[in-house]
Design a protein. Structure first.
Length: 529
């Protein structure tokens, strides 16, 4: 224990930790009551069914030796294994599945606090990092969206590996733990590719001042650092190389590419992208503008405080870690998340940002504690408003399920309906990749699945073509079903009802699109595109 830790009152840092946990429970007070979203619904519909049929284990094994789904360049077997366990234990209860996501996030926050305390030797700094990591407003995409668990697992193992690396002093048990955590991170998500650079930044950066004080010759300093950290960094380098070779083998030479968009490596265009991505929190600011302004103002003060000589190194390490995440995201995406989903891509940057805040905490003075309380309280209000958007979307999904079940009873035996549902609600994905699962939301036996198919505004052109084909027999086994769509509907989220729009001939694509736009303006304005 350092002198700073011995002289630091216990009450301040403990109070911050307890307050942060209480605020997190408040912001996530509805978490266990929510249904799944978008891709979640497919998992909830399929995995419990496979477990009942004895097919789940074979499905999981396929994910250990192959891509997440056919044609993808994602290898994420460990989180998928956790989905399988949830399916076997909890069945179709999404709230209980979500417990895993919540625990992963709390674990990330805990280890972020330990890393900050390790680097600074101040408990309040560790408590600050814990609170910030726990309460960042973009966390709900990882805590509330079940498929956000991929980022939860990866980030937990990345920070665990980093913490163990900071404790390692050569070929010891901490080095072994760090390597094991790195391997688990690689099995969770592709963001693990940043870990070796994070390790090098943190261990070299944190030990450089001590080495400089003892040695004056650059060669001697480099040699001492190589002796101390060479085995650790070398082992992580080997893990990274093996991971890239495995990905290259698995995905026919695509070792780094993950997303469908072409990566951007040109310096000037990438720099422009990075600048736009640095402002990613602004996309969530309209949900809690006052809280966002308070967070921005105090963050500016923290940046000034963190730039002081005694704290500068930790702030630089945290800034470099967060910056690497933003650059990696910018390589693959031209624009920040903004009005859409995608905030989970920045989740790993939270660790670096938490370290910057921790670097601004010099001691447990009243001003430090008071500013921290105001800061994390504003974060919690902001996070609560983001979580509330997910709650509203969940209620919309529940309402749509009930509305389609009721409407199915009003259709004749020779009718089949096409239902327009929202792809997104604000920052929350709703019907995307869940068209079939939404029809069997509750127990898999809803009559709606035999009378409806769902589509979303981005699929308007695709369904113009399908509406002119005998597609219904591919969607249902109902013997009396017609060969083609006979009725159009849209879901009105304001009154949670299914609006019967009648039927019109698909005609040409411009006519089809114009007719949808015209009728949505009055019947389902929330779905206007």
């Amino acid at each position: 224990m350092t002198t700073a830790e011995r002289s630091e009152p216990d009450s301040a840092w403990r109070s911050i930790v307890v307050l942060a946990l209480l605020l997190f429970c408040w912001s996530h007070r509805h978490a266990l009551q929510l249904n799944g979203f978008a891709d979640d619904l497919g998992l909830l519909a399929e995995l419990p069914q496979r477990a009942l049929q004895g097919e789940l284990r074979a499905d999981v094994v396929a994910k250990w030796i192959g891509p997440l789904w056919p044609g993808s360049t994602m290898w994420r077997p460990l989180p998928y294994e956790s989905f399988a366990l949830d399916a076997q234990i909890w069945g179709r209860a999404p709230g209980l599945w979500r417990v895993t996501n919540l625990l992963l996030h709390v674990g990330v926050a805990c280890i972020s606090g330990l890393i900050a305390m390790r680097l600074m030797g101040i408990r309040l700094a560790g408590a600050a990092a814990f609170a910030v990591a726990l309460l960042v407003p973009w966390a709900p995409e990882v805590t509330l969206w079940l498929v956000g668990r991929f980022d939860g697992w990866a980030t937990l193992f990345i920070v665990g590996s980093l913490w163990a690396a900071l404790k390692s002093r050569g070929a010891d048990r901490w080095l072994a733990l760090s390597i094991l955590a790195a391997v688990a991170a690689c099995m969770s998500k592709e963001s693990a590719q940043l870990l070796p650079v994070w390790i090098a930044l943190a261990v070299i950066g944190s030990s450089a001042p001590a080495a400089t004080r003892k040695l004056s010759n650059v060669f001697d300093i480099t040699l001492a650092m190589a002796r101390t950290h060479g085995p650790l960094i070398g082992c992580h380098g080997v893990v990274a190389v093996v991971y890239l070779v495995w990905r290259s083998y698995l995905f026919s030479g695509q070792a780094i590419a993950v997303y469908a968009s072409a990566p951007e490596y040109r310096v000037l265009p990438l720099a422009s992208r990075v600048l736009s991505h640095l402002a990613f929190p602004a996309g969530l600011a309209p949900l809690a503008p006052v809280a966002a302004w308070i967070v921005a103002a105090i963050s500016a003060l923290y940046l000034v405080s963190a730039s002081r000589r005694g704290n500068r190194l930790v702030a630089l390490i945290g800034g470099a870690m967060a910056g690497l995440v933003v650059v990696a995201v910018a390589v693959h995406f031209a624009n920040p998340a903004g009005r859409g989903e995608g905030y989970r891509l920045y989740y790993l940057a939270t660790v670096g940002l938490a370290l910057i805040v921790a670097a601004a905490i010099k001691k447990s003075g009243k001003l430090s504690v008071a500013s921290l309380i105001v800061f994390i309280s504003a974060l919690a209000v902001w996070q609560s408003q983001v979580a509330a958007e997910w709650t509203r979307a969940s209620h919309t999904i529940d309402g749509a399920s009930h509305a389609m079940t009721s409407a199915a009873a009003t259709l004749g035996p020779d009718e089949f309906g096409l239902v327009l549902m929202p792809d997104m609600m604000g920052h929350v994905p709703v019907a995307r990749n869940a068209q079939g699962a939404l029809l069997t939301l509750k127990d898999g036996t809803s009559p709606a699945r035999d009378f409806f198919i769902i589509f979303t505004p981005p699929q308007i052109e695709e369904w113009h073509r399908l509406a002119q084909e005998d597609v219904v027999n591919k969607l249902t086994r109902r013997a009396t079903a017609p060969p083609r769509i006979t009725r159009y509907f849209c879901f009105n989220s304001s009154n949670r009802s299914l609006e019967n729009l009648g039927y019109w001939s698909p005609g040409t694509l411009p006519e089809w699109t114009a007719h949808w736009r015209e009728i949505l303006a009055t019947r389902c304005p929330d779905l206007a595109f």
